[in-house]
Design a protein around this ligand. Structure first.
Ligand SMILES: N[C@@H](CCC(=O)N[C@@H](CS)C(=O)NCC(=O)O)C(=O)O
Ligand SMILES: [Fe+2]
Length: 258
């Protein structure tokens, strides 16, 4: 991700550079930069990584829907037609070569329409679907989100072999747990995920998820993140004065003059 300070508008690549340095130390090339979805809480560094490495940028084909929803909200007329800000629009079952391995794409929408997971051998990168068993699952109240769809995507993940290792996008560290975590297994999620573990049915899940979502605040970086991430990590174009801006759609009380 890009480091972003909303107060000053300063954006830096320090965190991304740490990852690029690891690749360099290992002597490996970066062939693919694969997004699990257009993140709504941080600015993606994929554009920067792509420009440093020549890697191809992939994302779920549902990004077209996300671009339609948010492109209109931000009047982002510079979006390239056909989601061409991305090199690859991935669909369920697509595979990408990775040395002697292959990366398999699983469509896992619900948190957003573009959500995909990536399977490499017994490892699955699940994006925002499941979180650690003690935290639960992703929210479904962003535009295009759907709790029923997420439930079905999660059932698909949980039907994989129990020993499948799951790598998560976020860990919100529940109170009482002092360490961050990023890896779990299908067996652990099936057994004890607080939202879907045991035999939670679809209707109960949807009721719970929608009730919880109604209590959540938008992520602090929602608007900045979305404007960069639907552009494949590209900043918005400069205004006539040469500066680039991130917009905030206002919801002002009627009494406030416009
Ligand atoms: N407080 C966080 C919220 C981030 C957030 O909403 N995360 C999403 C994933 S992008 C989520 O699914 N959260 C689940 C939850 O809070 O229950 C922020 O401001 O960034
Ligand atoms: Fe997310």
């Amino acid at each position: 991700m890009l480091d972003f300070d909303p107060g000053s508008g300063r954006i830096s690549t320090a965190s991304a550079d740490v990852i690029l340095a690891v690749a360099e130390e290992l002597g490996v090339g970066v062939e693919w930069v694969l997004e699990t979805h257009a993140h709504a809480d941080h600015l993606s560094a994929v554009g920067y990584v792509r420009s440093c490495t020549g890697a191809k940028l992939g994302i779920g084909a549902g990004i077209r829907e996300v671009q339609d929803l948010f492109g209109a909200m931000f009047a982002a007329t510079d979006l390239k037609p056909g989601a061409a800000d991305f090199d690859l629009l991935l669909n369920d079952g697509d595979t990408l070569p990775l040395g002697e391995l292959a990366i398999e794409v699983l469509s896992t929408p619900g948190h957003t329409p573009a959500c995909v997971s990536y399977r490499v051998g017994d490892a699955l990168f699940v994006g925002d679907t499941l979180f650690m068993p003690d935290y639960g699952t992703a929210r479904c109240d962003f535009p295009g989100g759907d709790a029923r769809q997420l439930y079905r995507s999660i059932q698909r993940i949980l039907s994989l072999p129990p020993e499948t290792r799951l790598f998560l996008c976020h860990d919100y560290r529940v109170p009482g747990r002092d360490r961050f975590a990023w890896e779990t297994t299908v067996a652990e999620e099936r057994g004890s995920n607080v939202h879907v573990g045991g035999a939670v049915g679809e209707e109960d899940y949807v009721t719970m998820r929608e009730a919880r979502d109604a209590t959540l605040c938008p992520p602090k970086l929602l608007y900045p993140a979305i404007q960069v991430n639907i552009r494949g990590g590209r900043l918005p174009p400069p205004e006539p004065n040469g500066s680039r801006y991130l917009k905030i759609p206002l919801k002002a009380a009627d009494a406030v003059p416009g």
